[in-house]
Design a protein around this ligand. Structure first.
Ligand code: SF4
Length: 148
């Protein structure tokens, strides 16, 4: 019996050429936002981009992922660490949850060290609205360094 949680990943289109290495490694190692699957593991059932601002593909990708069995959709870490972070991330989360009744998790792989360093200088995440979004992918120094 396959008890793995079926997940879809939507990435920021700024990173559309990304081969998914960090997300897939984190999924395999159950690091970052994938630590919630420590007891079960996760199976990827969809991977795409938002198709560029303002993120029109979120609507269609969500439908296809859920049809393909996605139980959780992850909004990739790139949406959080980009310069600037995606301004629509909470709207995407609310929309997907309400429209498709699917759980949505912000983040995939741990925040890379170089992005934390830069955003710390910028003060990007000092707004308390970002704290709960960043916390699951903050991880520790050693883990962040592995994702640089
Ligand atoms: S900033 Fe947001 S809407 Fe724009 S490309 Fe990235 S994820 Fe899509």
């Amino acid at each position: 019996m396959n008890s793995k949680t079926k997940v879809g990943i939507i990435i920021c289109d700024r990173y559309r050429c990304c081969a998914g290495g960090k997300c897939l490694r984190a999924m395999r190692n159950k690091e970052g936002a994938f630590s919630i699957y420590a007891g079960t593991g996760a199976e990827l059932v969809g991977f795409t981009t938002c198709n560029g601002c303002p993120g029109g593909n979120v609507e269609y990708a969500g439908e296809e992922m859920v049809k393909n069995g996605a139980e959780v959709i992850h909004l990739a870490t790139g949406m959080v660490v980009g310069y600037p972070p995606c301004p629509s991330i909470t709207t995407f989360k609310s929309f997907l949850e309400k429209r498709y009744g699917v759980k949505v998790v912000v983040g995939t792989h741990p925040i890379p060290k170089k992005y934390l360093d830069m955003h710390s200088q910028l003060g990007t995440w000092e707004n308390p609205q970002w704290e709960p979004l960043v916390e699951p992918i903050m991880c520790d120094d050693a883990t962040r360094a592995l994702y640089d």
